[in-house]
Design a protein around this ligand. Structure first.
Ligand SMILES: Nc1ncnc2c1ncn2[C@@H]1O[C@H](COP(=O)(O)OP(=O)(O)OP(=O)(O)O)[C@@H](O)[C@H]1O
Ligand SMILES: [Mg+2]
Length: 467
């Protein structure tokens, strides 16, 4: 029988000899080797536990940090995990087997059990969201994926999912973790090229820029208190710093645009005043045309610097007021205004004359001129609207999907709009909240940049506009 030595804790055999020589006890500890991978797993588990515990707090306090550390990894795993089932349910998977089969002497149509999901790339991190690229199966179109966008946002617990296609055979799925327009960030740099204005943020968190060189005329619509004047204030705040002339037409008694009066070269607050101002601008357009023709230029931008006239931006707040008529006498005035606006819209782009027109309600019933004018106003911004007709007027001729999204904007989402970008695509966006006081201060600070402009000066004296 083997004997156990005292203080050997039951070690026998080889262990006994070790135990007998205290100096040689070290090898016992070395033999308990814990693999390196184990420690990695322990640390990983600890990190996951800490992040899971902190996740709700992080989400509330620092959503961007939360998204990077917790939200994005979880969403990426969820997307990979649910992809097969999701594409199967949404009929985006296909089978190699034909849909037709023979049972006895009959041909039957069915769906093969084994479906192959479309091949998906790795979900890539984006600020407040993610992007994943998917290769289409032969015979599929991006529209099929767009129809499944709602299902994707539910399956992945994302705020919204948008599907676009920028290369043949592929779609890009962009998912947003939360509504970026709920708390838009003010763009860092407001300094841009001439006639451009950074006015807010797009839904994909990029800067929303209105560039009159690319899209010369804009139509902004929205119900009362939806954010039209705030957007105009953001535009004016940006253009006030540039070497451009700003002209206002505000038939709400000048309540909105008079805030920027210090920076405006002219402001018309009555329809008679507006008619005179617009006819002066049409004369200005004719003069500029003459100038361009005399030097063989097709636009003022082809003129030598010293000859180039200053661009003029005409801001109209409440278009409907210009078209409203009660008496026959007013009819002639409305016709004059309507024709002048249309002429400016048609000729202005090349001549540095730009229109930014806003209105609560814009409909074809306001007059023939309105639909013709709308066709010339390529830039469109549609805030929350009360009537479908106005949204249709602003977006319906361009994109029916944009129209549907615009109708979902709620009264609480002031400043949120569906807008068209320079590339012709649309997205939701939110303007920078520019308060009337801020706009007034900016207009006063840059008042010295307001050009007097001979022709408009004449208007001011003759038509009684406010200089
Ligand atoms: N981008 C925005 N972010 C946050 N709040 C906004 C934004 N735009 C507008 N608002 C809020 O909505 C209010 C109404 O906006 P605004 O005066 O621009 O509306 P409007 O469409 O011009 O209305 P009206 O047709 O009556 O003139 C503002 O006082 C402001 O509180
Ligand atoms: Mg307003």
């Amino acid at each position: 029988m083997r004997e156990e030595s005292p203080n050997c804790n039951g070690l026998v055999g080889v262990g006994r000899s070790i135990c007998e020589h205290p100096a040689s006890t070290t090898p016992v500890h070395q033999s308990v080797h814990i693999p390196y991978g184990f420690w990695v797993l322990v640390v990983l588990a600890a990190v996951i536990m800490v992040l899971t515990a902190l996740s709700p707090l992080l989400r509330r306090r620092a959503p961007r940090v939360w998204w990077t550390l917790c939200g994005y990894p979880a969403a990426a795993v969820r997307i990979r995990w649910t992809w097969r089932r999701l594409t199967d349910v949404q009929y985006l998977s296909v089978s190699k087997r034909p849909a037709l089969g023979i049972v006895g002497d009959m041909v039957v149509r069915g769906r093969a059990l084994k479906q192959i999901p479309p091949r998906m790339g790795l979900p890539r991190w984006r600020r407040g969201g993610l992007l994943v690229r998917v290769r289409l199966h032969s015979g599929q179109t991006p529209e099929q994926y767009q129809l499944a966008a709602e299902a994707m946002s539910h399956a992945w617990r994302m705020y919204s999912v948008r599907v676009t296609s920028d290369a043949r055979g592929f779609v890009e799925i962009r998912a947003a973790a939360w509504d970026p327009l709920a708390t838009p960030s003010v763009p860092r740099s407001l300094v841009v090229e001439l006639l451009s204005a950074v006015v807010g943020q797009w839904e994909d968190s990029t800067e929303w820029t209105v560039n009159l060189r690319r899209v010369p005329h804009w139509l902004i619509v929205g119900a009362t208190r939806s954010g039209k004047s705030t957007l105009l204030a953001s535009l004016v705040s940006a253009w006030a710093r540039q070497r451009v002339a700003l002209v206002g037409i505000d038939l709400k008694g000048g309540m909105e645009l008079s805030l920027f009066q210090a920076r405006l070269t002219a402001l018309a607050t009555t329809r008679a005043g507006a008619a005179d101002l617009l006819s002066t601008l049409v004369t200005m357009a004719n003069d500029r045309m003459e100038l361009c023709r005399s030097v063989g230029a097709r636009s003022i931008w082809e003129l030598p610097d010293k000859l180039r006239p200053m661009p003029v931006i005409v801001l109209v707040d409440e278009l409907a007021e210009l078209y409203l008529m009660a008496t026959t006498a007013e009819k002639a005035e409305v016709a004059q205004v309507s024709t002048a606006l249309l002429r400016l819209a048609q000729l202005g782009a090349a001549l540095g004359l730009h229109l930014v027109v806003s209105g609560q309600r814009v409909g074809s019933d306001m007059g023939v001129g309105v639909t013709a004018l709308r066709a010339q106003l390529g830039g469109r911004v549609c805030h929350r609207v009360n009537d479908v007709g106005t949204a249709e007027m602003a977006l319906g001729d361009l994109d029916k999907d944009a129209l549907a999204v615009a109708q979902q904007i709620t009264a609480e989402q002031q400043g949120v709009a569906v807008a068209f970008g320079d590339d012709g695509g649309w997205m939701r966006a939110r303007s920078i909240l520019t308060t009337p006081e801020q706009a007034r201060r900016i207009a006063e600070r840059y008042a010295h940049l307001a050009p007097s402009m001979g022709q408009l000066g004449t208007y001011q004296r003759q038509a009684g506009g406010t200089p």
